[in-house]
Design a protein around this ligand. Structure first.
Ligand SMILES: Cc1cc2nc3c(=O)[nH]c(=O)nc-3n(C[C@H](O)[C@H](O)[C@H](O)COP(=O)(O)OP(=O)(O)OC[C@H]3O[C@@H](n4cnc5c(N)ncnc54)[C@H](O)[C@@H]3O)c2cc1C
Length: 339
């Protein structure tokens, strides 16, 4: 296991903020991952797990303990066509692999950066799909029980951009995720209007898997939502706020909304941010909104997590004041005292 002391959290995160790391451990097998976590816990050193660092707001003061970079690899098929994937596998490479191997179920999740092990944490989703639709099991190391366990989807408590793994922060270390996909050349029914329009199909119709992947990648690139070091609009954590779910009678006039469970609607966070005065390309010091998507907050060289969070708080307060709606942050802001 490689241990380094010369790395900053800003080197490991797509927002490129965060201070020095006391010890960075890079683990390449599930056994090394569990051993590193046990060792940190037994020694009382604060622990932070990092996959691709694409959903993390890392503290400016840095990390006074162990940061474990999860780089475990391996994809295994079982007889029932299930894929067991090690946590460190790159998510988008996995999606490309499934499309090439004619397996449907994750094609609309193309182009999302980060690791497979982080996908159940916030039930990653986009363009009408989410990982909860295909996950059959999540193998974890439970730091509370000090034991490995397999969580069923019900035990994961998946919800919109949420899960038990997120609600009990720090408790579960994801080792492996198992997915069940559908063999064939066609995608799952397309459930997102913009994607259906791009593909020239109706909502609920299917399209060739490879076409769906290409269409999603094209749409995402147009919004700066494919991580690319050369694209300043992708120096973000993706969408910074989730779409708020409110009682139907509190829908905001003019704001796009979708039914979301009995008597509730999901409002467009992008519309709320934009109409609160933070349209695309709004800058404030070294941070701001992406020039192609008001929901993605981006950073420039010299930015700090403090500056970013203050800007986000200003957006939250203005949306609350103008529309009476509370925005929730999507990426995780981590602190050593709650690890
Ligand atoms: C340009 C861009 C576009 C994006 N688009 C989307 C999108 O469309 N939909 C979407 O849902 N998200 C999107 N995201 C957010 C992000 O890519 C996903 O949430 C992704 O799953 C995070 O993976 P990661 O490995 O980078 O996690 P990290 O940022 O490394 O970690 C995120 C959290 O998970 C924890 N974690 C990491 N690995 C493990 C593990 N093995 N076990 C337990 N906990 C772990 C971390 O401690 C942290 O709390 C986007 C981000 C960017 C930068």
């Amino acid at each position: 296991m490689q241990v380094r002391r010369d790395v900053r959290l800003s080197d490991l995160t797509t927002l490129a903020v965060g201070g020095p790391i006391e010890r960075l451990l890079q683990v390449e097998t599930a056994e090394e991952l569990v051993a590193a976590v046990r060792d940190a816990d037994e020694s009382g050193r604060p622990l932070l797990l990092v996959g691709g660092g694409s959903n993390l707001i890392a503290p400016d003061e840095g990390w006074p303990g162990d940061v474990v970079a999860v780089r475990t690899r391996g994809i295994e098929y079982d007889a029932a066509d299930r894929l067991a994937v090690q946590a460190g596998e790159d998510w988008d490479a996995l999606v490309a692999h499934t499309v090439e191997n004619r397996l449907a179920g994750m094609e609309a999740l193309s182009g999302i950066p980060g690791s497979t092990g982080a996908t159940p944490v916030q039930n990653v989703g986009a363009y009408g799909q989410e990982v909860a639709q295909t996950i059959t099991a999540v193998r974890v190391y439970d730091r509370a029980e000090k034991a490995e366990r397999t969580l069923s989807p019900a035990e994961c408590g998946f919800a919109y951009r949420d899960s038990r793994l997120k609600r009990e922060p720090g408790r579960f270390v994801v080792l492996e995720v198992t997915f069940r996909l559908a063999p064939g050349d066609l995608s799952m029914p397309v459930g997102y209007a913009e994607l259906a329009r791009t593909l020239g199909v109706g909502i609920g119709e299917c399209a060739p898997l490879a076409d769906v992947r290409e269409a999603v990648l094209g749409l995402r690139r147009g919004k700066g939502m494919v991580w690319d070091r050369a694209d300043p609009d992708s120096r973000s954590a993706g969408s910074f706020f989730t779409n708020p779910i409110v009682p139907a009678e509190r829908a905001v006039e003019g704001c796009p909304s979708w039914p979301s469970g009995e008597g509730q609607v999901k409002l467009s966070a992008a519309w709320l941010v934009q109409h609160a005065g933070f349209g695309r390309g709004t800058r404030d010091g070294h941070v701001g909104t992406s020039s192609r998507h008001s929901l993605a907050l981006t950073t420039e060289d010299g930015a700090t997590a403090t500056e970013l969070l203050a800007f986000a708080d200003r957006i939250i307060a203005t949306v609350q004041e103008r529309f009476g709606v509370t925005l929730d942050r999507e990426p995780t802001a981590v602190h050593p005292w709650c690890s």
